[in-house]
Ligand binder design. Structure first.
Ligand code: GRF
Length: 203
């Protein structure tokens, strides 16, 4: 199944998805990487891996709507059936989210619904939680909200800094996102009444 990825920066999750899709048995193929930042390092990583890339500017006239029109057009032209947000740092409008409903996926570095938004690791440490992690979910208009496809947990250690905790969570993200996308692309994860139902899951 062809998939587009949207990034704004480093693109390490994008790289993990590209790496996973190298396996011919993997059910998804990354066909396009879109960035709203021209200098996003992830664009070079993608190009080096032989993936088509597009920089779409957010600024200028009509800004948000124009960006989303251009993004949708590029995704459709590439024939992508799913769109993965991977460190894409802009909020998308309800119009875009509805257009790609149940085909638009995001990864967030916390165990949602805890700690939506930014600075998740600082906030997790401040709250004193003992388990942190990451979440892959279908996107809804509300930020970091939507049916959860998969989550991974990591321990919080007493001497953790936001950096050490963030690195541990990021390593988990790189395993979780390919796994979650495989569930969706293979048709094993479906949205039913705003929850994700995984087929042939052991009871
Ligand atoms: C990741 O922690 C992701 O969960 C969050 O932004 C970060 C992006 O990192 N949404 P990268 O660009 O994938 O390296």
């Amino acid at each position: 199944v062809p998939v587009a990825v949207m990034i704004s920066g480093r693109g390490s999750n994008m790289a993990a998805l590209i790496e996973a899709s190298r396996d011919p048995a993997y059910p998804a193929e990354i066909v396009l990487v879109i960035s709203n930042k021209e200098t996003a390092p992830g664009l070079e990583t993608a190009a080096a891996a032989g993936i088509a890339t597009a920089f779409i500017d957010y600024r200028g006239s009509g800004s948000r709507a124009a960006f989303e029109e251009a993004a949708s057009a590029a995704i459709e032209q590439a024939g992508a059936h799913y769109v993965c947000l991977a460190g894409f740092m802009r909020l998308l409008t309800p119009a875009f989210v509805d257009r790609w409903r149940d085909r638009l996926i995001n990864i967030h570095p916390s165990l949602l619904p805890a700690f939506p938004g930014l600075h998740t690791h600082e906030r997790a440490l401040e709250a004193g939680v003992r388990i942190a992690g990451c979440t892959v979910h279908f996107v809804r208009a509300e930020m970091d909200h939507g049916p959860i496809i998969a989550q991974a947990a990591v321990p919080v250690l007493s001497r953790d800094t936001p950096q050490t905790l963030g690195a541990r969570v990021l390593a988990a993200e790189h395993k979780l996102y390919p796994l979650a996308l495989a569930l969706v692309a293979s048709g094993r994860a479906r949205v039913l009444a705003e929850r994700v139902l995984i087929d042939d899951e052991p009871c």
